[in-house]
Design a protein around this ligand. Structure first.
Ligand SMILES: [Zn+2]
Ligand SMILES: [Zn+2]
Length: 81
């Protein structure tokens, strides 16, 4: 998957199969999970544990991969749980 930087104006809400499965399960948010080892960069580290709305997920910004080689992942998040 490549994240195009060519056209910043067109940035539809991003969905992939993982986000789709979160949505199907009725979740509206996800939690960003960085791989907190020595290869993880400060950008990913900063997002670790933060919650975002699934319909606002933008790969490269608040959804993995943030960059080439990014190994971050997400889990669903339910604020009412
Ligand atoms: Zn990183
Ligand atoms: Zn990452």
């Amino acid at each position: 998957m490549s994240v195009s930087k060519a056209d910043p104006c067109v940035q539809p809400a991003y969905t992939d199969s993982i986000l789709e499965s979160y949505k199907r399960s009725g979740y509206k948010q996800y939690e960003f999970m960085a791989t907190l080892d020595d290869k993880c960069c400060p950008v990913c580290r900063k997002l670790d544990g933060r919650h975002f709305r699934i319909n606002k997920a933008v790969p490269g910004k608040n959804y993995p991969p943030l960059h080439d080689g990014c190994r971050c992942t997400t889990v669903y998040y339910d604020p009412e749980e």
